[in-house]
Ligand binder design. Structure first.
Ligand code: APR
Length: 252
């Protein structure tokens, strides 16, 4: 069933949540657009301006590492001050109430953490863009330090401990997925009875495999998104509309 009227969507979501006891939320960029963080594939997304830099290119080319850092800081300027939105707070409340066991997110914006959801309930499939790490030794680096050096020299940062290349702590195309995050996402997904997919075009794999995994383990699948997704036909319920509007009743 597809619901497009916001009151009907809110009521149906309330019923689904009421009937569930182990909810997993799966979020994509659409939950953060009302916070000023652009998504990836909507018209005018800054991400559509450039071809993504694949992981092997980042590793092999100093020039492309510099380009990656230039793009990173330009985007940070767009949304570094972003605050959580209604969707983030609604999900934080579901976790706090004990109804939701995990938030699996493709987002790198740290806004689930900022909305008060504890780290151990958040699974970041594509990493976190608010810090960096060395690709050789794993040492964490802070962006403020990297930016200072980058702006002074124009050179891509190298690790102060081992000299390895430093990269934003996000997962690029072609980069291995984080094994522990994938394990936690799998564990939460197969154990849930309601899987809420919110704000994702559901086309990037392996992340987009979790809704179907939940279904195959007998969970109900509810998709909340502004446009159709390829998994709508698998869903028990599709709530089509603005995420903040639909989740607002759960946000306070
Ligand atoms: N309300 C409802 N839907 C929205 C809203 C909103 N306020 N804002 C955006 N959307 C929808 C868009 O219509 C789109 O269908 O959210 C979806 C966002 O999809 P994408 O931009 O493809 O983002 P996502 O699915 O998170 O992308 C997956 O792609 O490039 C990678 O690594 C990146 O994690 C990202 C992955």
């Amino acid at each position: 069933m597809i619901l497009t009227h916001v009151d009907e969507a809110r009521a149906a979501l309330a019923r689904a949540i009421d009937q569930a006891s182990r909810i997993v939320a799966f979020t994509g960029a659409g939950i953060s657009t009302e916070c000023g963080v652009p998504d990836f594939r909507s018209t005018n997304s800054p991400w559509l301006k450039y071809k993504p830099i694949d992981f092997d290119v980042f590793v092999s080319s100093e020039l492309m590492r510099e380009e990656a850092w230039r793009r990173k800081f330009a985007l940070d300027d767009i949304y570094a001050q972003a605050q959580p939105g209604r969707g983030h707070y609604a999900l934080a409340n579901l976790v706090a109430s004990g109804k939701a066991t995990a938030i699996i997110t493709q987002n790198i914006d740290n806004l689930h953490q900022c909305s008060g959801t504890p780290d151990d309930r958040i699974v970041e499939l594509h990493g976190n863009g608010t810090y960096a790490s060395c690709l050789s030794c794993g040492l964490r680096h802070e962006l403020v330090d990297i930016r200072r050096g980058f702006e002074a020299t124009g050179a891509a940062p190298l690790c102060s401990a081992c000299g390895g290349p430093v990269k934003s702590a996000t997962i690029s195309f072609g980069q291995p997925m984080p094994a522990e995050a994938m394990r936690r996402a799998h564990e939460a997904t197969v154990a849930c009875d309601l899987f809420l997919a919110i704000g994702s075009s559901l086309i990037v794999y392996p992340a987009a495999s979790y809704p179907s995994l939940a279904k195959s383990h007998n969970a109900r699948l509810v998709i909340v998104n502004g446009e159709a997704t390829p998994l709508d036909s698998e869903a028990d319920l599709v709530l089509r509309g603005d995420i903040g509007d639909i989740l607002e009743p759960f946000a306070s």
